[in-house]
Design a protein around this ligand. Structure first.
Ligand code: HEC
Ligand code: HEC
Length: 279
């Protein structure tokens, strides 16, 4: 079964890769199967729970989209557990946390309770955080998943891991069969699948972030951005090579530059049509 799946995936990759090459001049391929959803039932050791947290941190949680050493638009989180108590004592702190665990949890959900200096939304004087509430929307981490990430961050900083292990009664992910490789069926799904919503407001989807520009006006601006590039071409370029043109008042190296290896041509087309205002 697995072998067959692999063959199918490989053929799809070849077909789509070729189509992508001809359509956009870049090989767009079908992504690898996403990792199997971690089982978070009982019978798990703290070391395993920390490892689950690390996976969520690097994967489903999309934390490293922003918390990475390249873009510099979000603080590095390796030391966050060691600075949490200082944050709570900061005069600008508005939250309710009294210990490290509570501070990290609050930072993930009530994101503006403390805005690390220099990292607030532009123009907000560090009072509003651009980070999305990771328990909601496209990221949607459960309470147990959030605990796993906290365990990982406490362990990484070398402080005591204080979160409880899951008991198995929390409603673990219902289905632990391998997820199929899901190709988005419409633009809204594609925006969610590729985490565009963590950073952008896009047409037709209510929730969105503002680390990147608002994309709801792209249909009128895209064609004027770069001389010689049509609206559609500009949008494709912006997604595949985000650093080739940097929108005024925004920074380079923030947007992921590896979408070419992850998107199918169909997904790219749906995104471009939605942004260019075409049906
Ligand atoms: C879209 C970008 C983005 C994503 C995705 C994101 N963050 Fe953040 N995060 C930020 C920014 C910007 C800040 C700094 C502003 C603030 O303090 O809220 C921040 C602050 C934090 C802080 C407080 C840091 C400190 O030094 O006090 C924690 C903890 C944190 N994030 C955890 C996470 C975790 C865990 C995830 C993934 C589940 C995540 N973030 C996903 C942008 C992001
Ligand atoms: C981690 C944050 C982040 C993610 C995720 C992200 N972007 Fe961006 N994006 C940015 C930033 C910051 C800019 C502005 C800087 C630049 O031009 O590269 C930008 C610029 C753009 C632009 C050019 C906008 C203009 O006004 O000219 C487009 C189009 C775009 N992104 C589309 C997307 C799409 C589609 C996705 C998902 C497939 C996506 N982005 C994912 C941060 C992000």
């Amino acid at each position: 079964m697995k072998a067959l799946l692999k063959i199918v995936v490989f053929s799809l990759a070849v077909i789509c890769g070729f189509a992508g090459y001809t359509t956009f001049g870049l090989p767009l391929i079908v992504p690898e199967a996403p990792p199997v959803e971690e089982k978070l039932g009982g019978d798990i050791t703290m070391d395993q729970f920390i490892a689950v947290g690390e996976k969520i941190y690097n994967g489903k949680g999309t934390c490293t989209l922003c918390h990475n050493p390249v873009g510099g638009r979000a603080p590095l989180l390796e030391p966050v557990a060691s600075v949490s108590m200082e944050r709570i004592k900061d005069p600008r702190y508005k939250g309710k946390a009294t210990n490290i665990e509570e501070y990290i949890r609050e930072s993930m959900i009530d994101v503006s309770a403390m805005v690390v200096e220099g990292f607030g939304k532009k123009g907000s004087n560090d009072t509003i955080s651009p980070m999305p509430d990771v328990s909601k929307g496209a990221i949607g981490l459960s309470e147990v998943e959030i605990n796993a990430v906290i365990a990982f961050l406490q362990n990484t900083a070398g402080v005591e891991v204080t979160v409880p292990l899951p008991t198995g009664d929390e409603g673990a992910p219902a289905d632990d069969a391998p997820e199929e490789i899901r190709v988005a069926e419409n633009a809204a799904e594609a925006f969610a699948k590729f985490d565009c919503l963590s950073c952008h407001i896009v047409p037709g989807v209510e929730e969105g972030g503002d680390i990147g520009p608002d994309l709801t006006k792209m249909s009128s601006t895209a064609g004027k951005r770069v001389k010689g590039l049509s609206a559609e071409k500009y949008i494709v370029e912006s997604i595949l090579k985000p650093n080739d043109f940097i929108v005024e008042e925004f920074d380079a190296d923030m947007m992921p530059d590896d979408y070419a290896g992850k998107m199918t041509v169909a997904e790219m087309n749906m995104i471009v049509d939605a942004l260019a205002g075409k049906k």
